[in-house]
Each structure stands twice: as structure tokens, then as C-alpha cells.
Write a protein that binds this ligand. Structure first.
Ligand SMILES: [Zn+2]
Ligand SMILES: [Zn+2]
Length: 346
């Protein structure tokens, strides 16, 4: 095996480079994974610009990856070399009250691969065995690179609890908004309305089963949505953009008694105007969704293995590792790229 590998490293806000590093070695309870594919998401752009809090720079990015175990440390249970795997990126202490209460995302020590610890936008990554899931036979490593974003979307759907017959508005037809379309339909939504200014993304949303598409630039969102929901508004609004105007539209558009899922990551210091009277008089429920973990991982694996969710509908750009820095920067302006995955050298 080679001794060095290529990795996409963040050295400081805006300072992202493809560099050569020693291949990490697995310690006790850890495995070394040769990465197969690694997805890039909107959060990576925020991390690279410094508007999403990352830690321990310089840091190898990448939190959506699949791969094969090539070495194990001691105590890695049944895992072995050759296993095809994905990794729950959320590594927590396992002992504090949050961990014991099933809320490890709130563990004071929680660290995410690719955000706080070296991740999978590299040829190799080390991960704790307890966070590794072996893939079922019918799930390809290509599709498995979508497990992490799907697990996050499943967590959001768990939080908002779509009921059969609910009318759902999804603000944003980016990769996560599109994943929410598929999940909302599986959950029994009677209609899924998507608001997205980019025509290509609107076409994709339509091909994934969104019944009605609006152009939020031509018609104010709450007006257009009211027209499609008998003047009442949607039961559920999923904000999957992370901008302040779209968060404000979510509050304006949702029906009285409706529910809003805060799914899009807004810049950490951005603030929005929200009238408490609206929460009170509309009896709003607003829930946040930060990330998937625990059983959302095996459930994402099951959905993919059963063919209930097709990542290739969303992943429309596959590029080599040498292009990864460009691909992250390109997310800022090129809306024709919905979802990029990086294929590692083989
Ligand atoms: Zn992500
Ligand atoms: Zn903990």
C-alpha cells in the first residue's frame, strides 16, 4: 500500500487545498477505510468559507462517503478487511447524559467526521468501529455514498412527522429539498409543492413526483401556495434553503396550526424577523433538524437497498478527487450542479 494519499484540507476560511498526507493508521477500536465515493454538500461550502463552525484545522473535509475497510485496529468486533461500509459521522463520548438519553448530537464532546475530525474527502479515512455500518449485498458503494444525506433527511422527517394526507410545501429544490420530496411522498403526503427559482431543479423536482412547481421569483410564495391549498396554506413547510427570506416565507406560507421544519442551515450569525404574535395566533409548531444519527443510518441503508430511493436522480455530477476543491467552490454560483460526488482514484 502507498504511504501517502491525496486529501482535501481546509487550512482556514476560504483556504481549501488538495494536499498529499501520510495515510492515517487505525488505533484500537478503529478501522481504516479506502474511500470509494464522497459527496459534497452545501454545508461544505459554508465550512470552507468559515460560515459554518468547523474545528481542528487543518481539517480533511467530507462527511458523506462510502468505502471498503482495508485495515483494522484491535477490538473492531465483527468488522474486517474487505467489508463495504458507510460511517455514522457523529462520534460522541457515549457516557454523558445526552449520550445516555439517546441524544448524542448534543454531547458536549460530539465530533463529526469532515467537520471536527478528518473526514472522507480523501483516499482514506479512519473511523471508530462503533460508527461503521456494513452494507447489505444489494447496495452498491455508489449509492451508499448517499446514506449520510438521506439519514439527515430522514431525521428531519421524523422531527416534523408528516401524516397521511398532509399537504407539504418544500422551499428549495436543491439536493436535500429533492430528498424530502421522495420521503414526503413515502410518508403519505397528499401533495408536495416545491418552490425553487432554478428551472433545471424545478424539472428534477417534477420528475421526483412534486405535483406543483412554483416560480418564487414571479409570484410571492405565500400567495401562490394559498392558491394551491384552498386558500388555507400547507400543513407542513420544510425550509431546505437556509436563507433568511425563505425562512420568513415559511412562516408566512404555513397554514394556521401548521408545522415548519427548519432544515436549511442558515449562516450561524444571521437573524430573521419573526413576530411572536404569528406563532401565537397561527399556533405554529417550529422544529429544527440538525443531523441524522442512530437508527436513521440503517433506515437510510434499507431505503436505498430496497430501491425506494434513487440517488442517481439527484446526483448529476461525478468528478475526480483532483477537481474537488473546484467542485466545492462551484456550489456558490452554478445551480445546474445539483449534487456532486467525488470518485476516488482506484
Ligand atoms: Zn452534508
Ligand atoms: Zn456524550
Amino acid at each position: 500500500m502507498a504511504e501517502t494519499m491525496a486529501a482535501v484540507r481546509l487550512f482556514g476560511p476560504g483556504d481549501l487545498r488538495l494536499v498529499e498526507l501520510p495515510i492515517p493508521q487505525p488505533g484500537p477500536g478503529e478501522v481504516l477505510i479506502k474511500v470509494w465515493r464522497s459527496g459534497i454538500c452545501g454545508t461544505d461550502l459554508h465550512i470552507a468559507k468559515g460560515t459554518f463552525p468547523a474545528a481542528n484545522l487543518p481539517l480533511t473535509m467530507g462527511h458523506e462517503f462510502s468505502g471498503e475497510i482495508v485495515a483494522t485496529g484491535s477490538d473492531t468486533a465483527s468488522l474486517g478487511v474487505g467489508d463495504k461500509v458507510v460511517v455514522d459521522i457523529n462520534i460522541a463520548c457515549g457516557h454523558c447524559s445526552s449520550c445516555r438519553g439517546g441524544r448524542k448530537l448534543f454531547c458536549p464532546q460530539v465530533a463529526q467526521l469532515g467537520v471536527h475530525r478528518d473526514g472522507g474527502l480523501a483516499e482514506y479515512v479512519v473511523a471508530p468501529a462503533g460508527n461503521v455500518y456494513e452494507l447489505p449485498r444489494f447496495l452498491s458503494l455508489d449509492d451508499a455514498a448517499y446514506v449520510e444525506p438521506l439519514a439527515c433527511a430522514i431525521h428531519g422527517q421524523d422531527r416534523i412527522g408528516i401524516r397521511s394526507g398532509d399537504r407539504v410545501l418544500i422551499i428549495g429544490g436543491g439536493p436535500m429539498g429533492l430528498a424530502h420530496i421522495a420521503l414526503a411522498k413515502l410518508a403519505g403526503a397528499s401533495s408536495v409543492i416545491v418552490s425553487e427559482p432554478d428551472p433545471g431543479r424545478r424539472r428534477l423536482a417534477s420528475s421526483m413526483g412534486a405535483i406543483v412547481l412554483l416560480n418564487p421569483i414571479e409570484t410571492p410564495l405565500e400567495e401562490a401556495v394559498a392558491g394551491l391549498t384552498d386558500g388555507i396554506g400547507p400543513d407542513v413547510v420544510i425550509e431546505a434553503v437556509g436563507s433568511i427570506p425563505t425562512y420568513e416565507s415559511a412562516v408566512a406560507a404555513v397554514r394556521r396550526g401548521g408545522r415548519i421544519l427548519a432544515y436549511g442551515a442558515a449562516p450561524q450569525n444571521a437573524t430573521m424577523s419573526l413576530r411572536p404574535f404569528d406563532i401565537y395566533s397561527k399556533e405554529l409548531t417550529i422544529v429544527g433538524s440538525y443531523a441524522g444519527t442512530y437508527d436513521t443510518w440503517p433506515r437510510a441503508i434499507s431505503l436505498l437497498a430496497a430501491g425506494q430511493f434513487t440517488p442517481s436522480l439527484i446526483v448529476n455530477s461525478i468528478r475526480p478527487l483532483a477537481d474537488a476543491v473546484d467542485a466545492i467552490r462551484g456550489l456558490e454560483h452554478d445551480k445546474s450542479i445539483v449534487k456532486v460526488q467525488i470518485e476516488m482514484p482506484r
